[in-house]
Write a protein that binds this ligand. Sequence first.
Ligand code: SUG
Length: 450
Amino acid sequence: MSAKEFNFDGLVGPTHNYAGLSLGNVASQSNQGNISNPRNAAKQGLRKMLALHELGLAQAVLPPQERPSINFLKQCGFSGTDSQIIQKAATEAGDLFQAACSASAMWTANAATVSPSADTLDGKVHFTPANLISKLHRSIEDETTTRILESVFTAADKFTIHPPLPHHQSMGDEGAANHTRFCTGYGTTGLEFFVYGQHYFNKNVPRPQRYPARQTLEASQAIIRAHQLKPDSSLLARQNPEVIDQGVFHNDVIAVGNMNVLFYHQRAFADEQQVKKRIIDFFKDARFYFIRVTDDQVSIDDAVKSYLFNSQIVSLSGNARKDRSMALVLPGECEANQAVWRYLQALKAADNPIDTLIVKDLRESMANGGGPACLRLRVVLNDEESAAINTSVILNKNLFRCLDQWVDKHYRDRLDIHSLADPQLLVESRAALDELTVILNLGSIYPFQR
Ligand code: SUG
């Protein structure tokens, strides 16, 4: 059956801010305390979605979460009216309060790991919402993420939404940011590529020294089991711990794949040859493109600053084009970086499927370490499955216009971390989200609606 890849982008939430919450994420740390512009952030994201829709690709949208999370603050012992809870938490426990305010659910590459039905033994699409336990502000996302996925992928005979993995360090799971799928066509059985940062139990295997390795081998293995991946349909590889220590906190900051292409830096994996061998074995006679970027071409520092590897590779074939060409959707920071831009011109001219470069301004998200690929969750669906989802989340011109106006109506254009304690911000956010659940036909997914 024919199948296509949908990009489900996260809509940036009204509390988008720079609190510097992510140790190991260079942009998040270096922009701590800066003033954000939630309205521009949401609009930049929406414009990226529109660009992909206009290329003829399947584009959908996932909603933000309720922030500040009153539920989380109550779990932390605060009580009283919502406004009292906010005031007390902000003055007595600033760190907890900032965690409760983050709009980090916008990076839907971290929402879940998804296995298309062509790869699974029971022929269903499997989702595991990521527990994100490595960072407090992200560990509070998974409950609502689960509900959101259930409100979009409603057909239980086609979609299995698993519970998140147990909330323990051994099961640290960051979702699709460390997961890529190779295939000859979206509808045929693929090779799912899981990259992890550390063996939790085996302390003899090298691990990063400076920054945390967020994804564990044990978590990736649990997902492979839960998703019932066909034998030989998965490949596990360890990330190079040295690059984690240089700011590569997810594999999607140093490698990205699509169909028969792996675009990666030479220092991405602990054992590059093992990765290549397994992919070559899987593809047999079919052509595979390893696009390997060397230190001489682009340094790790430039890769982390520009987010070259956090570009989206999208297939234009069967959509915008007849041939098998692919486009790279890049953040503006790649154009601004001389070495990276020079490399990209050479890449475009070389013998590989990537022949189109699309540059998008995502500055607000980038300043928190979230590039084009962080903002989207890829979901491959065949025709019957795509007919069975909640179609109100699929982006078209009308939905774009409606969401753009919704942002204008509800979002602030300036937010510093002190104004997060303004109780009015919660009131504004809830009004926005309440309206959004109607636009996207999601039902009562938020704690304040239940
Ligand atoms: O988890 N930043 C996110 C960025 C996630 C990027 N996702 C992928 N690479 N797929 C993170 O580090 C910063 C929030 C703050 O500092 O306020 C933050 O959470």
